[in-house]
Design a protein around this ligand. Structure first.
Ligand code: ADP
Ligand code: MG
Length: 404
């Protein structure tokens, strides 16, 4: 059962028959929810956020913040009552919450699509089913699977990475497995939860494509984004992608669109790809929502990924975004606050960064700068890719971030 009502066209800032203002809801109150709220409010919608954290970045800026668990039926009922359409800002929201809401209000993306993205094995099976190649992998979910993998001839999957099938993000829930002999210990270190064993491939580049699809099947996309990760966390995104040939970029957009179409997807979907030295393009994973790598669209495109999310869920027209400025985005992690030896966090030198031309600083309003925590991002826009890169390198130097 799809379990989602088709989005209807919601007129921005109109009133409902009951006199209430049109309201868009989001499950999850992190930075993605916050930027969604900003985009929705720009169009005159009211917003509602469901997140148990009283200090969540999106809850802070939303008209309504319901502080409750995602499985709390009373809170879900309140969401359904308050909202004219609902979306999510992360994939680990329980699919049952989306399903429950989806029979009462238009929900985009659907619970089924989110459930596919929640599970690495389902996600990869979906890529394969729609003819999109991905990294060689095997499921490791039982002692029998382990035995099977240990007994197989050859070491085709090694060196490998073992990833938990669910709840992994930013490189968490992953361990390197150099040889087959290390597999049992690696699985034990992940407490033998269901996992996926993936061949480690040599990456020439990483890229991502953000697509948006509406209920009528129209698909639009942002330009291909090239991504650099450090320690499994996105560090830098560059658009246009400097190391991605035009035919590969076209292929990536086509494949991301195919994935969305075959899911019957409504909303914003991001597909991450690996590009190998020989030009092979492999899908890595997908996210049923806007993506960290798409943040630069806020400042570099005439429609951001959050604008697309709002339009798709509200049934408003999707038009193809146009990038008006070359851009480089730097992720700003909590580590930046702990650069020196100080016992207390030190605010990074934002004024020096903002003195550079074309810098757009986005801070998410998080008060506790923990290491590895996404605190904000800096987008640089410029007239040429070379200029954007030069300023981004200057900003990185000011902040003590490595060059790229
Ligand atoms: P997450 O959900 O944490 O983003 P990913 O599967 O995207 O998980 O892995 C994070 C990063 O680790 C990737 O962006 C890539 O840099 C690296 N990585 C993951 N899988 C592989 C692989 N099979 N081969 C090479 N590098 C990989
Ligand atoms: Mg990833």
């Amino acid at each position: 059962m799809q379990g989602s009502l088709e989005p209807v066209m919601l007129q921005p800032s109109a009133l409902r028959p009951d006199g209430q203002p049109m309201t868009l809801g989001v499950l999850g109150g992190g930075q993605l929810g916050r930027m969604f709220v900003h985009a929705a409010q720009t169009l005159g919608f009211r917003t509602a956020v469901l997140d148990p954290d009283p200090d969540s970045p999106a809850g802070r800026v939303s008209h309504l913040h319901l502080q409750a668990a995602y499985t709390d039926e009373a809170a879900l009922a309140e969401m359904a009552q308050a909202c004219d359409a609902v979306t999510t800002e992360f994939e680990n929201v329980p699919a049952q919450a989306l399903r429950w809401l989806g029979v009462r209000r238009p929900v985009a993306p659907s619970a089924d699509a989110v459930a596919t993205c929640q599970h690495r094995a389902l996600e990869k099976a979906h890529f394969t089913a729609c003819g999109v190649p991905c990294v060689p992998y095997a499921r490791l979910e039982s002692a029998a699977d382990l035995e099977d993998l240990l007994g197989k001839d050859g070491d085709a999957l090694f060196p490998a990475i073992l990833k938990t099938s669910t709840l992994g993000y930013d490189g968490k829930g992953q361990v390197s497995v150099a040889r087959r002999a290390d597999l049992a210990a690696a699985w034990a270190s992940l407490r033998e939860v269901p996992c996926l064993l993936e061949k480690r491939v040599a990456l020439a580049a990483e890229l991502s494509v953000v697509v948006a699809r509406d209920a009528a099947g129209r698909v639009v996309h942002l330009p291909v984004q090239q991504n650099l990760h450090r320690d499994g966390i996105l560090a830098v995104t560059v658009v246009p992608a400097p190391d991605v040939p035009a035919d590969v970029a076209t292929q990536a957009v086509q494949r991301a669109s195919t994935v969305a179409e075959s899911l019957g997807y409504v909303g914003v979907l991001c597909v991450e790809f690996f590009l190998l030295e020989d030009g092979t393009l492999l899908a890595n994973e997908m996210a049923p929502r806007p993506h960290n790598s798409g943040h630069c669209s806020i400042d570099a495109c005439d429609l951001s990924q959050f604008d697309l999310q709002v339009r798709a869920m509200a049934g408003l027209p999707l038009v193809m975004p146009r990038q008006h400025s070359p851009t480089v985005m730097l992720n700003l992690l909590g580590d930046l606050w702990w650069a020196g030896d100080a016992a207390l966090p030190v605010t990074p030198p934002w004024s020096e960064v903002l003195a550079l031309p074309g810098t757009h600083l986005h801070l998410y309003g998080k008060t506790e700068p923990r290491r590895g925590r996404k605190m904000g991002h800096l987008t640089v826009t410029a007239a040429t890719p070379a200029q954007a890169r030069a300023v981004a390198l200057q900003a990185a130097a000011v902040l003590g971030l490595p060059a790229f």
